[in-house]
Design a protein. Structure first.
Ligand code: NAD
Length: 256
């Protein structure tokens, strides 16, 4: 379905971003990966799906590096047809103890990076009258949780940015939507599980159960594969008129 298209997924060396990159590659899209840590493994996983894959190391907190990455993607594959704004970090602390530097980093990586990548991707999408921008927000784009002020504020911002991007392009073939996952067992969440186990003096298994029980009636994690399938739907012709939505995959978190 996406043969000949190019998808750039930010923060795609791990977790949800890698899952989405692989789901889009399975549909034939060439992929630009981005993120830190091991890059050879993720590149090989995507290439094994029979598409072209490139990697750019932009630090998504730095607008100049995002500009370099967008130019690189266009030079590699012509243009970016699908942009998945996924890179994100977390920090957990009460507001009065929240390190200012962590607040700034979360705002830059979780929110401003989506603005920069979007503003740089839009002109080529508009020129070809087709584009898909998929913002990986979070259930925390819709509801709050204590000790996650920066994350919740940034993700609410991402939901707002999604709506405005959708509206400004509503008469064109460029759509923008947000995916709002509940818990997904990636390194970002594993850190929170491990911290809970240490703080409460319980096993990692028990901490995992407690984490789910607090928020998700399903008692199940959403998987990167399931999120990838939703991203593929947003790229399909059936989603041509799906604009500015926030689509939860949250095990019932926000149904309560
Ligand atoms: P992860 O830690 O597995 O992956 C994060 C990715 O972002 C990695 O590839 C990492 O290298 C990259 N990254 C981090 N800082 C970066 C920077 N400055 N520049 C470029 N890349 C950077 O986390 P994940 O759980 O897969 O999270 C992906 C997205 O999904 C995030 O936006 C997160 O907020 C969101 N999300 C996660 C969950 C969850 O439960 N895991 C739930 C809702 C939303």
């Amino acid at each position: 379905m996406l043969k000949g298209k190019t998808a750039l997924v930010t923060g795609s060396t791990s977790g949800i971003g890698l899952g989405i990159a692989k789901a889009l590659a399975q549909q034939g899209a060439n992929i630009v990966l981005n993120g830190f840590g091991d890059t050879e493994g993720p590149k090989a996983e995507v290439a094994a799906l029979g598409v072209k894959v490139a990697y750019h190391a932009a630090d998504m907190s730095k607008p100049a590096e995002i500009e370099d990455m967008m130019k690189f993607a266009a030079a590699q594959f012509g243009r970016v047809d699908i942009l998945v704004n996924n890179a994100g970090i977390q920090h957990v602390a009460r507001i009065e103890n929240f390190p200012v530097e962590r607040w700034d980093a979360i705002m830059a990586i979780n929110l401003s990076s989506a603005f920069h990548a979007t503003r740089l991707a839009l002109p080529a999408m508009q020129a070809s009258d087709w584009g898909r921008i998929i913002n990986i927000a979070s259930i925390h784009g819709l509801v709050g949780s204590a000790e996650k002020s920066a994350y919740v504020a940034a993700k609410h911002g991402v939901v707002g940015l999604t709506k405005v991007t959708a509206l400004e392009n509503a008469t064109s073939g460029v759509t923008c939507n947000a995916i709002c996952p509940g818990w997904v067992l990636t390194p970002l969440v594993q850190k929170q599980v491990d911290a809970k186990a240490v703080t409460l003096g319980i096993s990692v298994e028990e901490a995992t159960k407690q984490l789910l029980a607090e928020k998700e009636p399903s008692m199940q994690f959403t998987t990167p594969q399931e999120l990838g399938a939703l991203a593929v739907f947003f790229c399909s012709p059936a989603a041509n008129n799906v604009r500015g939505v926030t689509w939860n995959m949250d095990g019932g978190w926000t149904a309560q």
